[in-house]
Structures are given as C-alpha cells and as structure tokens.
Design a protein around this ligand. Structure first.
Ligand SMILES: [Zn+2]
Length: 342
C-alpha cells in the first residue's frame, strides 16, 4: 500500500510517500481503508521528535481517520466489511482499572494512532474493533476525519475537567486552531459567554460566525486587559489553554476568583511560572487534560450527527502531499482542520 513514512525526525521533508506492506490484523482488529486523515499539532511533534520519547521508526503518522472496513479479524462481531467508520484515535489496554471505568485516556498503555503505533496517513490502517465508531452520515469523509481528536480533547477539557456551567464566561485561546474551533462550539452549546483570541481579524471574523461573543486580536491587543474590560474587571470562570509559554501569564491573570484554567498543550513552549500567592488567595484551579475518553467521543459524534457541532475543515491536501500539509499547519495560517484525502 501507499503510505506516508518517516525514518528519521526532522522538518516536513522527512515525510516520504512510499510503498509499504499492508498491515496484518489480529483476531480482535479490523483493517480500515482510509478515505481521509486529518492532521493535528501532535503530528508535528511526532515528526520533529520529542525529548525523552522514543518513537518507533520507520513510522506512519496520522491520528484522525475516516474510512471503510476492508477486513475484519476472526473475533470481530460488531462491524462488517464495507461499513463506513470514524476511528477513535486512542488505543488502550482495555483491562486496567482506568480502562474498565471508562477513563481509557488514563490507561498507562494509552496511545494514539500515529503516536506509538502506526497511524492513518496510508491507504490502510489496523485498529482494535473497539475503536470503530458510528459514522455521522451527514458528513463527508474529509469532514468526519476532522472530528475525533480535537472534539474529544475540547470536550474532555470543558466538560470532563473544567465542568463548564451555563452562563459562565470562558476565554478560548487560539480560535483558529482545531481545538479552538471545537471549544467555541462546545462552550456555546453549554450556554457560556465566549471570549476568543486569534492573531488576525480574518480569523476573528470566522470565530464570531462560529459563536464567539467577544474577540481579542492577540497581536494588537493585550489579552488580560481586554478580558478585564469585557468582564467588568472580574475575569473569566474558565480559561481554555493549549498555547503554553506565550500566553500563560495572560491566562492566569485573566481568571476570576475561583476560576479554572484547563490546558491540553503547549505549542509555544512548556516553561510556565505561577505566583503561589495568586493561586491560593484567588482559589484558582489548574487542570491538566489529555485527549478524551471513547464515551466522550461517542457523545460528540451524536451531537455532530444531529448538526449541533460541526467540524471546520480549512484545507484539503492529497495524501502524497503530506509534507506540504505539515508545512502549512506549521505556518499557523489555518482556521480549522487540515485534512489529507486518501
Ligand atoms: Zn488500560
């Protein structure tokens, strides 16, 4: 089969479009014919390499897959050949206390397609039967592939961790990112007032169309000052963080007393400081969040199928042009998801 493979970490050019053997499936697995694979910032980290993490090489990246079942293992009973599926990106042991309690993203063996195991930037990918989720028929393959990782991450952050309440004020950083576009919609769905940031007025216009109530251009305005102005000096109840070093101080300073900061990433760096006096006297909560559970993703997909949440696709590339797609995502000029068509 054709696949995007890298044999060493580095810039987008390490991604090669080559022929590799089709994966062999185990009895509890299915082989999926990939129709579309969406990119995530995670793909950039995996390609570049992360300190202290040794990825198996050569490696096929790609976490977000929509496609059709091409083959099923001997123990598989819940899906059939030819069926359209969206794949849950998270693969876990399925047996530990975290897994059996439904918190599979806390499993010690948890990984994503395209992270420690081969992913979906290929004509075929193998996954456990458990990862096959019902296909939202109102979506194209490209749109369906744009759902899983960012929507389950944003849902787990806002609902699972920060417990966002109706009427609360929320600051969503990086409105143009995949998680940002998902978070704006989820926060709206729960009846929160959304303040969104982005680096261009064009992106802010799109954020407004998605449902953001207030907009901050972080290139020309100071985030904490604008939040203070918009909230009448009170600050926000929840800050949705994934940017890291560049925004951390503004994020902390934007919290109202009792506010919660939830973070799933650090795209600009992972060094951050906190003034402990500020943390305890204002009774703040700092919440880490990693991916999401399969059950949360099932909820998301129901809402997607009902048209209540929708994936935002910025641009499509053919699979063979994955390197160009990575470079485009790296440039940060997208609004929503960059998707590879297979
Ligand atoms: Zn487990």
């Amino acid at each position: 089969m054709k696949a995007i493979v890298f044999e060493q970490h580095g810039p987008p050019e390490v991604l090669k479009f080559i022929d590799v053997p089709q994966p062999a499936i185990k009895p509890n697995e299915v082989l999926v014919r990939v129709k579309a694979c969406a990119l995530n910032h995670l793909d950039l980290w995996v390609r570049q390499g992360l300190p202290g993490v040794s990825f198996p090489l050569p490696h096929i990246p790609g976490s977000d897959v929509a496609g059709e079942i091409a083959q099923i293992g001997s123990d598989v009973t819940t899906v059939r050949v030819g069926q359209k599926v969206v794949l849950a990106p998270g693969v876990s042991c399925g047996r530990c206390p975290a897994c059996v309690s439904g918190l599979d993203n806390r499993c010690r063996q948890f990984t994503n397609l395209g992270y420690m195991i081969d992913g979906g930037c290929a004509e075929f990918v193998r996954v456990p039967e458990l990862n096959c989720l019902p296909y939202p028929e109102n979506l194209s393959f490209e749109e369906a592939a744009a759902v899983p990782l960012v929507f389950q991450t944003a849902w787990h952050m806002l609902v699972g961790r920060a417990e966002l309440q109706p009427g609360e004020d929320i600051l969503i950083l990086g409105a143009g990112s995949g998680v940002g576009t998902a978070a704006i919609q989820i926060a709206n769905f729960f009846g929160a007032r959304v303040i969104a940031t982005a680096g261009s007025d064009e992106k802010l216009g799109k954020a407004k169309q998605l449902g953001a109530d207030h907009l901050i251009n972080h290139k020309s305005q100071k985030i904490r000052d604008e939040v203070r102005r918009i909230t009448n000096k009170r600050g926000v109840d929840v800050v949705f963080e994934h940017v890291g070093t560049a925004t951390w101080d503004d994020s902390i300073a934007s919290l109202a007393p009792g506010g919660r900061l939830v973070t799933c990433g650090a795209t600009t760096g992972f060094d951050a400081k906190i003034d402990l006096r500020f943390l305890f006297s204002r009774q703040l909560s700092l919440l880490g969040s990693y991916m999401g559970t399969k059950s949360e993703l099932q909820t998301v997909l129901k809402l997607v199928a009902a048209g209540r949440l929708k994936p935002i696709v910025d641009r499509l590339f053919p699979l063979a042009e994955a390197a160009a797609a990575h470079a485009y995502l790296e440039s940060g000029s997208q609004f929503g998801k960059v998707v590879l068509r297979v």
